[in-house]
Write a protein that binds this ligand. Structure first.
Ligand SMILES: O=C(O)CCC(=O)C(=O)O
Ligand SMILES: [Fe+2]
Length: 393
């Protein structure tokens, strides 16, 4: 079966989550020669009705191909196009890849009474993530904004990293949660308690960070697994996860998180330093994409995604006129205390707090106990910083 070639133009079709139809309008691109499906959805086979593995030959320029995505998956197909309908099927002039993007599995919740369900645990185990809409309510989100946006206390410890496109991400990282709103969120039942239920045992706070991409200049993150870093820190088991909570809307245009669903089941892949950060071999990633659906996780402020440390993920440049800030907290299972000391903490008991503490917190400015880390002095060997000049320093 043919694999997707990076050189081919792609027709990106944003497909539905589960069981609804997608269409590719051939009139927009020329005569359709043949179409062959060579990917798979995560659902039943064939992933697309009428798009099966047998080539199809629609006849006219105005044909619309219709497919039916039966699973929550991403279907790849290729199509030969020609300006002459007679030769299109045999000698197409152009081959386009068609990538039907599936949407990530979404959970909705009552933010005041959040509970982890069996289905969420199943999503974490099989998909590698749990995506919860409306995880923080308006009041909780306001609390978070008040802490990170209304003072310059988080901006001061920012350091900037330049990516391979000249884009820049500015971030600050802290070791312990502390008692301000970000710390209370990280220690809350709905964040830390959920991490415990997903990992199946006591967890501790491994670190948190505020990741920012400024309008137009915000840089990208290459495909990686977080365990690609953390493995090097003496964490023997991949019993770790992150939770990402956007402060601003995150869409494709400003570099939302992208994941390869189910990729955590492959285990840890080789990583190497690529433009200063740990990244996977791009050729391997293309191969993984033929099996693990590529999802753009478009999120609203206050949504949350918990994701496994071996889930492949990346995010693009911020091409928009608005900033993209997200809060990420990472957890390690208590039983997985790293076998060596490094820049992130070893096991430190996490004092959990009830969810109501997020709303009740009045500490927006005392960041004592957090211990911000500076990669220039922290001894972090997993990155090779190509420091840009931070506007915040
Ligand atoms: O900010 C993002 O988009 C993702 C960042 C990330 O994956 C990381 O810092 O490990
Ligand atoms: Fe990451």
């Amino acid at each position: 079966m043919e694999t997707i070639s990076k050189r081919r133009p792609q027709l990106l079709v944003h497909g539905p989550a589960v069981s609804s139809s997608s269409a590719v309008r051939t009139r927009d691109v020329g005569y359709l020669g043949r179409l062959q499906c060579h990917g798979r959805g995560l659902g039943e086979e064939p992933p697309m009705e009428g798009f099966g593995n047998k080539p199809t030959y629609p006849r006219s320029q105005s044909d619309t191909l219709r497919g039916h995505v039966t699973g929550c998956g991403c279907v790849h197909a290729y199509v030969g196009l020609s300006s002459d309908s007679k030769t299109a099927s045999r000698r197409p002039e152009v081959i386009h890849d068609i990538v039907i993007m599936a949407q990530p599995k979404v959970f909705h919740c009552d933010p005041r009474n959040f509970e982890v369900t069996e289905e969420m645990i199943e999503s974490f185990n099989t998909r590698g993530y749990v995506f919860v809409r409306g995880f923080l309510d308006k009041e909780e989100l306001e609390q978070l904004r008040k802490t990170v946006e209304d003072t310059d206390l988080f901006v001061k410890p920012f350091f900037a990293l330049l990516d391979d496109t000249g884009g820049k991400t500015e971030r600050c990282i802290w070791r312990h949660p502390g008692n301000d709103v970000t710390g209370i969120i990280a220690r809350s039942e709905k964040v830390a308690g959920t991490a415990e239920q997903l990992l199946g045992g006591e967890v501790y706070h491994y670190h948190s960070k505020l990741m920012t991409k400024a309008p137009r200049v915000g840089g990208r993150h290459l495909w990686h697994q977080d365990y690609g870093y953390w493995y090097q820190n003496g964490c023997l088991f991949p019993d770790m996860l992150s939770v990402l909570i956007p402060i601003d809307p995150c869409g494709k245009i400003n570099g939302c998180l992208e994941v390869l669903e189910g990729s955590h089941l492959m285990g840890r892949l080789d990583h190497s330093l690529r433009s200063g950060l740990q990244g996977c071999d791009p050729e391997r990633i293309e191969q993984v994409k033929t099996r693990c659906p590529h999802m753009y996780v478009e999120m609203d402020p206050g949504d949350a995604i918990f994701f496994h440390c071996n889930l492949l993920h990346c995010s693009g440049n911020n091409l928009s006129d608005t900033k993209r800030w997200v809060l990420i907290s990472a957890y390690n299972k208590a039983s997985n205390d790293p076998v060596k000391k490094h820049h992130h903490p070893n096991y430190t008991k996490l004092e959990k707090v009830p969810n109501s503490a997020i709303r009740e917190c009045r500490n927006y400015t005392d960041l004592s106990g957090k211990e911000f880390t500076d990669p220039r002095t922290s001894g972090d060997t997993t990155i090779n910083i190509n420091f840009g000049k931070s506007s915040a320093l």
